[in-house]
Design a binder for this molecule. Structure first.
Ligand code: AKG
Ligand code: FE2
Length: 222
């Protein structure tokens, strides 16, 4: 084997498991700024951003949802654990962006054809916020999760489907990056052990902290 062309030698890091894709620089700075503008609108919306309670503990990550409201471990149209209001509709532009994300991640112009995400969890990480290793498994559909990052860089830990422990990889997600997990990686454990303060690029629209948007298909009707 010629090691000259190993991924590590080429600076690509190790390969992700099948179904997982990292696309650095998916969003332009202009698109990032525009989404941050939408984020401020969402947080002023019918349901305020809040830390969901998991086993009585409030998460350090604050979340506002679109389309369907998520709380551990269920989706509802109304934010029953917050103020009872219906969440904002899932925007059409985000459906189109989700489809384009799958096309770019797979390098296949048809990869987005059947994809219609109907919920987004919009997460805000202040500098000390973390997200423990977990699976996204409250959806009935096993369609891919499309994840977008804006603001400070984070360490994203992407593991395996069996346990929250090793093997896993730590990947830097920087502002504008796309990460997709579907197929055999759809139920892989993942988390965010660290946000790196002061790393948001000028012009992304966010001075401090990190916004993450994960689009999903709930598989629910009503
Ligand atoms: O912030 C991230 O990159 C991941 C968020 C996540 O895993 C989730 O919302 O379920
Ligand atoms: Fe997740």
């Amino acid at each position: 084997m010629n090691s000259l062309f190993d991924d590590a030698e080429l600076g690509l890091g190790s390969a992700l498991p099948e179904g997982a894709h990292h696309v650095p620089g998916f969003l332009t700075l202009e698109q990032q700024r525009w989404i941050v503008g939408q984020f401020h609108r969402w947080t002023r919306g019918p349901v305020p951003m809040r830390g969901a309670k998991v086993g009585g503990h409030e998460m350090s990550v604050k979340t506002v949802c679109l389309g369907w409201h998520w709380r551990p471990y269920e989706y509802t149209r109304a934010a029953v654990d917050v103020n009872g209001n219906q969440v904002l509709a899932f925007p059409d532009w985000m459906v189109r962006l989700g489809r384009r994300a799958l096309v770019q991640a797979a390098g296949d112009p048809r990869a987005g054809e059947d994809y219609t995400p109907d919920t987004a969890l919009v997460n805000y990480y202040a500098e000390s916020a973390r997200m423990g290793m977990h699976q996204d498994k409250d959806e009935r559909s096993r369609a891919p999760v499309v994840s977008l990052s804006i603001g400070d860089t984070c360490t994203f830990r992407f593991g395996n489907t069996e346990t929250r422990n090793r093997p896993y990889q730590d990947i830097d997600l920087t502002s504008g990056d796309l990460f997709v997990f579907g197929g055999p990686s759809r139920l892989a454990y993942h988390g965010v052990p660290k946000v790196h303060p002061g790393t948001a690029p000028a012009g992304c629209g966010l001075d401090t902290g990190r916004i993450n948007i994960t689009m999903r298909v709930t598989g629910l009707t009503g």
